[in-house]
Ligand binder design. Sequence first.
Ligand code: XMP
Length: 519
Amino acid sequence: MDTGSIDDDFYRPADAFFAENAQVALTYDDAALATLYSDVLPRDTDLETVLAPSLRLRVPIVSADMDTVTESRMATAMALNGGLGLIHYNMPEREQLSEVSRVKNHVHGLIQEPIKARVEQLIGDVLALVEERRFGFRTFPVIDEKGVLLGLLPGHAVKRRYASRSVRDAMIPRAEVHTLRQSELGGDPIARANRFFDEHMGINKLLVVDAEDRLRGLFTLSDIDRITQESVSRLKPARDEKFRLVCGAAVSATRHSTGELDQERIAAHVGELVERGVDVVAVSTAHGFSKGVGDTVRLIRREFPELPIIAGNVTSAAGVEFLAECGANTIKVGQGPGSICTTRVVAGVGIPQLTALHVASRAARRSGVTILADGGITKSGDIVKALTLSHGVICGGLLAGCPEAPGQIMEINGKLFKQYRGMGSLAAMKAGSAARYGHADSDAQRKIAAEGVEALKEVSASIDILLMQLAGGIQSGMGYLGAATLPELREKARYIRVTPAGQRESAPHDIVEVKTGGA
Ligand code: XMP
């Protein structure tokens, strides 16, 4: 039975669908994807995406380079789950370098900077610290001023009864402490630590030292147990060719006070990022189709021919072609869709995301670059729609409530929240992001038009759980379209417009909801 032509009349491939809707800008909720014959099970789908020849992710999700979303903790968690984090630039350049190093040097399961005790401390001092910082553990490595391991203070000694005794008296001496050399960890540190705990019944801490016996980290039995149990279902990490986690960093089009691009400073900073092992830099601005962004991308491409470059943001084909010609590999698409954005309200510009993505994707195909759908994603269904036209998505608000995002948790009326603010909000611009919105740093101290707001997000599940749910949603979408890979998803997608009544029908309705479905 050939029903192909009937469906073809209604459910249209991208080029036809957007051509037929050429005079109207659409976003995610304005269109639905038609289901297609499938012999693909969601669990058999492959979420790998290639953003640049040397930048491959296992899950096509990137955490936004925003100061309330991505620092090293978020970037590490994203890469561990197959995605990528872009470390923001609202911090001194030196600090951004350290943040990148933290991700690149991360060994899963290894606590790299364990809390330490000193021999001259009293047990009472250590107890006070445990109570003040509410540590859930009481065992501490003991080191000297050069970081050399002297012993291990066992939890059973950290008791009020021994408060006046010194750490020196209570610690297990170095010769009796179980350690591994960093060089012994090999390519799979978790498996190595797991073997150690198998072989040493009753031991639940393993210290890692370098060749000079300086403390470099700590494995705990409970972490290793949890990680090995999770490894069966967990998403696989995104790594570089040296088996380190992938990490990106945002760079800004820094200018001299005269307004000229500060080429030397940009090149020097990117050079240091490369030395730390950064996998990609993102030239992040609100208006990527501009001389400043083009010149910055050209400069980085000239100085670092092999380095993957993300640049943006644009919403036009000409913008994509411009940045591609300047040397960018991946173009960020999105102006004003973000949950904290006011660009469209303030400046009257920006294009709803689905149309912007289609226009950009056509230019990207021609120019041989990839595109990232940046902003406005609130659920996994949006990601599926975005991936029919792009090679990955950038999420800010969706991830800002996770424990891995920077910032303190605050309690308001019994609910827990974290701060989430636009990089174009006044507070963020004062903290350094003014250049992203075309203002000089000094302007940020005066009254300038903010293009973002400061907000709160309710605290959400960890990145491990959230990405698992989002990846599961993408895989379901692929199963419905019979797409085993993301290129197949892009090729097979068929769209139709949805009315406001159709949108209402598309979400839970006419019920009293007692439990939400998650992401
Ligand atoms: P979501 O919707 O994921 O969007 O929260 C995150 C994206 O929003 C962009 N962004 C801004 N856009 N004013 C804007 O117009 C801002 O202050 C602002 N801050 C971030 C950015 O592209 C981010 O990835």
